[in-house]
Write a protein that binds this ligand. Sequence first.
Ligand code: ATR
Length: 290
Amino acid sequence: MKIDGKTNVCGLIGNPVEHTLSPMIHNTLAGRLGHNLVYVPFPVEPGRVGEAVRGADALHLLGLNVTVPYKSDVIETLKEIDELARNIGAVNTLVRTEGGYKGYNTDMEGLYRAMSSEGIRIEGEQIVLLGAGGAARAVAYLCAVKGAERVYMLNRTFDKAQTVAEEVNRVVGREAILPMAMKDYTGLPEGKYLAIQGTSVGLAPHTEDVVIADDAFYEKIHTGFDLIYSPWETKFMRLVKGHGGHAYNGLKMLLYQGIIAYELWNDVQVSEEDAQVVYERLKEQFISKD
Ligand code: ATR
């Protein structure tokens, strides 16, 4: 890696940031594409995200990713915000423009590209979405915008699902999201569903946990997509596969949210060949650990 007077700097702000895989994604892309760019993690203390963004602007950082816990807090520091990010209420990518940063949400476009790359459709689908937290809310919005026929949003706390469904339905102008209590999954209409697992249940080290364990539920699932990628194969995924469905983890979502951010910063299109090289490197991290 060559660092000189013209090196562009990008990075990640969040807390904690020590375990991030984003430097691997961006530095690999910069190397393959021959860009003079480095990507580094920046831990930001609570209450200091505004200072961090102003400092980054003053230092001409080309772009930043934003992670937990600042994806919402960062919004008030921006000069501009992309419509999708505004509607989701969360920003994970900042692009430097004249006079400040513009915020985007590449997590959701990343999920969409990850699904497309696996041949999974959202348009016209009947979808079961597990969860109603920050991640699931964004997925609900994505599914509604991309034309899902109906999204059954199942959450342990029904009120939260109801609030999210009302918000998303209002923004998209149709009854796309139907809230349900998690325990009422037996009431799902007959049919085959794409299921998206958007809760934190099953995340390492609690790898034997799953929100629904009943075989009857998995018989209705043709494809399962878990936003979790650690462990490599969650119990949810195992149950989907055990009933003949296809199952995917969230690593490609991580990959593509990074690739889309990289494309925004550098005004380039990353080829599928380069995406695949980065994916293989990311995968090695998990296969060796599991
Ligand atoms: P994130 O930003 O990752 O979405 P979050 O906003 O804290 O995190 O949301 C966590 C999600 O996981 C919620 O849907 C939560 O359900 P509740 O709204 O009922 O809390 C869900 N979740 C967490 N632990 C759970 C558990 N043990 N059983 C069922 N759902 C759980």
